[in-house]
Design a protein around this ligand. Structure first.
Ligand code: NAD
Ligand code: DAU
Length: 334
């Protein structure tokens, strides 16, 4: 089995590659990644001799068609993924998340691949009030900002290729991930890095926004379960193990884990159009796939803080920008 993993040098994609290499060593993995600011080849350093890495853009028709012809499955992670960047540079979100997904679908259809798994987000369903409710597979699409609007469009194209062309697709809509190799622009890695460096952490607005946190390893197991047992044409919602907390509660946990006090909290201007709450009902995945998350927030955060403490060289390269030279050193100049 040959699997094309798009965005495999990013946070979740690289965790998935590590997971797949460890659990399915008989499979071949090709990673296609443009190495935007979010892609870091260091994330794949320890599995470099077990995979093929191709630097390239999912919007590149010729490249994508030439790669897909030798592939059985595609697991599609590549995306612009950060809400705070979307308002400043919406076009790259539309281009990669919508057109790039379409390009992959078109290649997958022409080469009749066995499975196209699309990795999507719970943000496509909009947001929830603080006092209740959870997203599930029947939730209506109601994105409220650029990034989730572009992901919603990509989900629709994926389903359109299933209904129109019979492409064997599956989709997962997952909640907020955290864990190793998380780029320190998102709240958990940013706050861990700041606190370890003795800097304050910027809490947006009142800090009472709620997220449902899933450890990235649980997410990777969920995608594996969908690839192996999921029904073609279906969507599965994946969420965390009793890990719905406000940003302020999350920040206090991180303060405790890094031996800092509340004077390190800085309340800053809110994110425009900030979604109040996300929550996932993953009972369909539990029922049909036998999947459920296993890592609770306290255990997961402790492991994550420890991972950042034990990977100071990775943090230093990312914080200084030096990680972006690593591809040239490894692949171009040797
Ligand atoms: P990330 O930003 O860490 O990584 C994205 C990767 O895609 C990077 O390696 C980047 O170089 C690559 N990429 C970007 N544009 C590309 C292009 N045009 N061609 C090829 N490669 C390109 O993202 P992530 O947090 O790992 O998210 C991965 C996927 O999971 C995304 O589709 C995202 O929408 C989805 N998702 C993320 C979360 C989360 O909490 N992070 C939750 C649910 C779903
Ligand atoms: O729900 C899934 C989504 O989770 C994914 O689809 C996205 O790719 C991923 O980035 C994440 O989106 P969020 O916008 O929820 O993640 P972020 O880490 O940017 O923000 C989490 C919460 O923390 C949110 O309420 C905003 C707040 N925040 C964030 C940052 C970066 C702060 O208060 N301060 C910050 O500095």
């Amino acid at each position: 089995m040959t699997i094309l993993v798009t965005g495999g040098a990013g946070f979740i994609g690289s965790n998935f590659v590590h997971y797949w290499v460890a659990h399915h060593p008989e499979d071949r993995i090709i990673v296609l990644d443009k190495l935007t600011y979010a892609g870091n080849l260091r994330n794949l350093e320890s599995v470099a001799n077990k995979i093929r890495f191709v630097k390239g853009d999912i919007c590149d028709h010729e490249l994508v068609f030439s790669l897909v012809k030798d592939v059985d499955r595609i697991v599609h992670f590549a995306a612009e993924s950060h809400n705070d960047r979307a308002a400043m540079d919406p076009e790259s979100f539309l281009r990669t998340n919508i057109f790039g997904t379409y390009n992959l679908l078109d290649a997958a259809r022409q080469h009749q691949i066995k499975r196209f798994h699309h990795v999507s987000t719970d943000e496509v369903f909009g947001h929830l009030p603080l006092d209740g409710g959870s997203f599930n597979e029947q939730s209506l699409y109601a994105p409220r900002s650029i990034y989730p609007a572009s992901k919603a469009a990509s989900d629709h194209f994926v389903r359109a290729f299933y209904h129109t062309h019979g492409l064997p697709i599956t989709i997962s809509n997952c909640s907020n991930n955290y864990g190793p190799y998380h780029f320190p622009e998102k709240i958990i890695p940013l706050f861990i890095c700041n606190l370890r460096e003795g800097k304050k952490v910027p809490v947006y607005g009142d800090g009472l926004y709620v997220r449902d946190w899933i450890h990235v390893e649980d997410h990777c197991r969920g995608i594996e379960a969908i690839l192996l047992k999921g029904r073609v044409g279906e969507t599965y919602c994946l969420g965390g193990k009793e890990s719905e907390i406000s940003n302020l509660e999350l920040t206090k946990k991180l303060l405790a884990l890094t031996d800092r006090d509340e004077s390190f909290i800085e309340y800053v201007k809110d994110r425009p159009g900030h979604d109040r709450r996300y929550s996932i009902d993953y009972s369909k995945a539990q029922r049909e796939l036998g999947w459920e998350p296993t890592i609770g927030i306290d255990e997961g955060l402790k492991n994550t803080v420890d991972w950042y403490a034990n990977h100071q060289a990775w943090v230093d390269e990312v914080r200084s920008g030096a990680y972006q030279d690593y591809y040239e050193k490894q692949y171009v100049t040797r």
